[in-house]
Design a protein around this ligand. Structure first.
Ligand SMILES: [Zn+2]
Length: 164
């Protein structure tokens, strides 16, 4: 008598990485990775923007056509919105900060925002408002503006003497 190997290894689908997924709309296990043109309506900063994304990677149900947005798709959409609005990308914010030799904490202090906010701008989890983007551009691009903020709100983190 030979032992039969009938046990089916479990699919590691808890991370949602193995296709096909079950469609939340029609229930069929037919959701596969797809690339398609997509028009997104995105609410940002109290306004609604329409953004065209020519090559959006997004899981789609082959049976009913439902799009199943995942983190990857959300990031692409957020990135498209940044481009649409002409906002600094997370990488650009990080590079500008690095060029000035500032830690996220010191930049947060100068700008008057939370440390977490800087971190989320840089990793793309949060899209800065247009007003905040202009503020960033002034801070990074205009030494006199930076000096004023450092003078007023800087601290010993930078080794700058705030007072005369
Ligand atoms: Zn479906």
């Amino acid at each position: 008598m030979t032992p039969e190997q009938t046990k089916i290894p479990e699919m590691p689908n808890s991370q949602g990485k193995m296709f096909p997924w079950r469609c939340p709309e029609c229930g069929k296990k037919a959701v596969q990775s797809a690339t398609l043109q997509h028009t997104s309506q995105i609410k940002h900063d109290g306004r609604l923007f329409t953004v065209e994304i020519p090559w959006l990677r997004v899981p789609q149900c082959g049976a009913c056509g439902e799009l199943v947005f995942d983190n990857d798709a959300d990031e692409q959409i957020a990135q498209a919105l940044r481009e649409h609005l002409g906002l600094l990308s997370g990488d650009q914010i990080r590079k500008n900060r690095d060029d000035l030799g500032l830690s996220q904490r010191v930049l947060a202090e100068h700008l008057g925002v939370a440390l977490e906010t800087i971190s989320r701008w840089e990793n793309g989890a949060l899209t800065q408002t247009q007003a905040m983007d202009r503020y960033l551009c002034v801070y990074f691009g205009v030494p006199a503006a930076r000096a004023a903020l450092v003078g007023q709100f800087g601290s010993s983190h930078l080794g700058v003497q705030a007072e005369t």
